[in-house]
Design a protein around this ligand. Structure first.
Ligand code: PLP
Length: 389
């Protein structure tokens, strides 16, 4: 568990490092990749061990007998989140973008509206649009530097053709951990507008020490319209395994989803399952605790350095490793602050507008990297915006 170790990922088909030149014009040799949400850390030894056992056995046939895998998920959710999961409620998809697409396809028709609280994880809108549904943006408001939902304003936005709402909990990119009160309001909103509520909780293990995440499944009275999405991939840095869990408490909704999975011929791959089962273990839990402490240290270094630059504001992270930085106070155009970050500081960071309304003046920086990179990034940004000091 040496999160300070710099592991060279260049030339390994890493999207984060090997695509930054093409996508952001940030040179591979001395650029710092701080965009897509994967980490520059190896997963815990228990995950490596599971893969090594597969490799040394050397036969990669179809997977069968997933009782232990389901039991590991149930153990983790109970132990880490106080959530009792019925093993029969779990469906394994090829990741949670795939899970989102399956939900949209199962419970909405072409032309239906799907509500998003923006700015939010960009793949939601991409998947909704690619399936011929409409994105209904409900912009969040900034209150004392953090995002909140404004349900009164949303009454004027919805027109009754919406069928689903997707909540990102904890929130990417704002790093919010929603309070139980806020979760209850989302549940009430879903009920009032007769929406299926999809709660994407892929970041729910990466919660900073001062915050407390509540799983939506523990909010009463929403079971009959709730779809939970969880995964080991963000938590343990195994996104290449393309595996996620869609967990559905209600039996009727479960039958709908099962029919869609059958219709599309979807079954899980053994690599994702073996890694997840190994990860959801006491050893995996100890590793996550150490990881969160490390990210907590990184965000403190980053925030202190960034907030010292006049005009830049890094939003206080309650969860995730994704820092959401507002450049509005610089008075610069989006092109200019982005140019300084990419050309001058040589940092690849996600562009705010891809997250929808409200993201225009932001860039998102991935802090799940050795501290030395975070420190270098801060120095480079301070230099790139030195004229504001
Ligand atoms: C909220 C959210 N959901 C889903 C994903 C991606 O999930 P997957 O890799 O399982 O498709 C991400 C990745 O950043 C995310 O932030």
């Amino acid at each position: 568990m040496n999160f300070d170790e710099i592991i060279d990922r260049k030339g390994t088909h890493s999207a984060k490092w090997d695509m930054m030149d093409k996508l952001y014009n940030v040179p591979a040799d001395d650029g710092i990749a701080m965009w897509v949400a994967d980490m520059d850390f190896r997963p815990p030894a228990c995950v490596q061990g599971a893969l090594e056992r597969m490799v040394s056995h050397g036969i990669y046939g179809y997977y069968g007998g997933d009782a232990e895998y389901r039991a590991a998920i149930c153990w983790w959710m109970k132990e880490r989140h106080g959530w009792e999961v019925d093993p029969a409620a779990i469906f394994t998809t090829h990741g949670l973008v795939n899970g989102t697409a399956l939900c949209v396809d199962t419970w909405t028709e072409k032309g239906d509206g799907v509500v998003l609280f923006t700015p939010v994880y960009h793949a939601f809108a991409k998947v909704i649009k690619a399936n011929g549904r409409r994105v209904v943006e409900c912009p969040m408001v900034l209150e004392s530097g953090r995002y909140e939902m404004d349900f009164d304003a949303y009454e004027d936005i919805l027109d009754g053709t919406e069928k689903m709402v997707i909540l990102c909990s904890p929130h990417n990119p704002g790093g919010r951990v929603w309070s139980t009160d806020e979760l209850r309001q989302v549940a009430e909103f879903a009920k009032k507008h007769d929406l299926i509520l999809v709660s994407d909780e892929i970041h729910h293990d990466l919660v900073m020490p001062e915050a407390k995440h509540t799983v939506m499944a523990n909010i009463e009275g929403i079971e009959d319209r709730l779809v939970m999405m969880t995964a080991t991939t963000k938590t343990f840095n195994i996104a290449g395994g393309h595996s996620g869990n869609v967990i559905i408490p209600d039996e009727k909704l479960r039958a709908d989803f099962n029919a869609k999975m059958m219709g599309l011929g979807i079954s899980a791959n053994s690599f994702g399952i073996e890694m997840a089962e190994a990860a959801y273990s006491p050893e995996g839990a100890a590793w996550v605790d150490a990881l969160v402490a490390y990210i907590d240290g990184n965000r403190k270094v980053f925030d202190a350095g960034i907030n010292a630059i006049p005009g830049l504001k890094s939003m206080g992270l309650e969860a995730t490793y994704l820092a959401w930085v507002d450049f509005e106070g610089t008075g610069m155009s989006r092109e200019e602050f982005t140019r300084r970050v990419e050309e001058d500081a040589k940092i690849a960071a996600n562009h705010g507008p891809t997250f929808g309304t409200g993201g225009e003046s932001f860039l998102r920086f991935n802090l799940a990297t050795p501290r030395a990179y975070v420190e270098q990034a801060v120095e480079r940004l301070q230099r790139a915006f030195a004229d504001l000091q």
